[in-house]
Design a protein around this ligand. Structure first.
Ligand code: FAD
Length: 381
């Protein structure tokens, strides 16, 4: 086993961290307060190559393997204070560009990947519906054949990037039941019968835009089908493997950033005769954060390695997603406690971190769904 980074990897991680801390951290308090997405910061991410990290170089992307993409995104998460923006970018890269790279036809790849990689096309993915969240494969949006076309009817909710998206990857029902009942469709934002609802206000990740998407007689050609009719559940499962890792990588970086702030504060804050870090209660809380951080990071990279090597990593990515998200929330709770009243104040930027962190236990499958997956592979539940 080799835990060393090569010199090239070290350089990539350092430049990602430098970029993110320099360019993705200003004005976050205000944008968080106003629920504002920044196109300028999105474009900066695209210039750095984040939207196209895993898009092949032939289509204008970075062509990185999964472990390298995870390493870059971890460094971005450590440097960037704008967790919402980073989430918008990783959702675009993992759940929209990712499946087009893996399952797109030559024509679909040529049409969409350049723009998705350079950030000029914003991608969004609609799986969740008002009546199907955790039971994603029970979704009710239908796609019905009409000659060579398909007609989509239904609606999606909690769609990240919807208010700014140019392309929607929509999961719809094309069969009545069974594993082959779902199909993915690539639907441009201007398609007749597709409407985006008003922006949805959120507790955290407030700088990433979100809205409902309504599909009312939305006609798309046969060429909009991604990966073949009936392959939606397979695309979903494979994409979830990837998304669990790409979306969680910045959370590991954020955890390290929060831990470092706690160490500094514990050494500097003196409420009596000694710094608060001299109290065992505070020092042990920081030791537990360190333990959580290393455990999460190891599971994350093990899962990335496993998927690259074996093509799939359901168990490994579910374990990593569960560990990282729960540890990130614990780290932010501990940080607020270690900072005392200051931790609760907006100015100290830890209450925002906690609000952002809470979303990680919900999206890309809740913690309970990750536990179901893990236990299910042992024949339980
Ligand atoms: C910030 C954010 C961004 C998101 N972005 C997107 C997006 O871009 N596209 C998209 O399609 N969706 C998106 N979602 C939606 C997300 O995937 C769903 O919220 C999530 O899958 C949970 O579904 P739900 O909200 O309907 O909760 P429900 O499914 O109603 O679950 C409610 C509670 O019941 C538990 N529960 C439900 N079923 C089970 C079960 N079988 N076993 C044990 N416990 C269970 C859940 O764990 C949860 O605690 C986003 C959500 C958030 C918070």
């Amino acid at each position: 086993m080799n835990f060393d980074w090569t010199d090239d990897e070290k350089l990539l991680r350092q430049s990602a961290y430098d970029f993110a801390s320099r360019e993705l951290s200003d004005g976050v308090v205000e944008r968080d307060r106003d629920g504002g997405f920044s196109r300028g910061h999105w474009d900066a991410c695209a210039d750095f190559g984040l939207q196209g990290l895993m898009v092949p170089a032939a289509f204008g992307g970075g062509g990185h393997d999964l472990a390298t993409a995870v390493a870059i995104l971890e460094a971005v998460g450590r440097g960037a204070l704008d967790n919402g923006l980073v989430f918008a970018v990783t959702a675009h890269a993992a759940s929209c560009a990712g499946p087009i790279v893996e399952y797109g036809s030559d024509e679909q790849r040529a049409r969409w990947l350049h723009g998705l990689a350079d950030g000029s096309i914003v991608g969004a993915t609609g799986i969740t519906e008002p009546d199907s969240g955790s039971n994603a494969l029970g979704l009710g949006t239908t796609a019905t054949r009409d000659g060579d076309d398909w007609i989509l009817a239904g609606g999606k909710t909690f769609v990240t990037n919807a208010p700014i998206a140019d392309l929607f990857l929509i999961y719809a029902r094309t069969g009545s039941s069974g594993f082959a009942a779902l199909t993915c469709f690539l639907v441009p934002a201007g398609a007749n019968g597709l409407e985006v609802g008003p922006s949805i206000e959120k507790m955290g990740l407030r700088t990433s835009p979100m809205a409902q998407v309504f599909l009312d007689g939305c006609r798309v050609p046969a060429s909009a089908v991604l990966g073949g009719v009936g392959s939606g559940a397979m695309v979903f499962n494979q994409t979830m493997d990837l998304e669990r890792l790409l979306v969680m990588a910045p959370a590991v970086g954020a955890m390290e950033r929060v831990l470092q702030r706690c160490v500094t504060h514990a050494k500097e804050r003196n409420t009596g005769s000694a710094p608060i870090g001299s109290h065992q209660a505070v020092a042990h809380a920081i030791a537990d954060m360190e333990l959580d951080l290393d455990g999460s990071r190891l599971l994350l990279y093990r899962a990335a390695w496993h998927r690259s090597r074996h093509g799939t990593a359901t168990r490994e990515s579910a374990l990593a997603k569960l560990a990282v998200s729960e540890a990130y929330v614990r780290a932010c709770r501990r940080a607020v406690q270690i900072f005392g009243g200051y931790g609760y104040m907006t100015e100290y930027e830890l209450e925002r971190e906690l609000r952002d962190a809470l979303a990680t236990t919900l999206y890309v499958g809740t913690s309970e769904i990750q536990r179901n997956l893990i236990a299910g592979l042992r024949g339980l539940g």
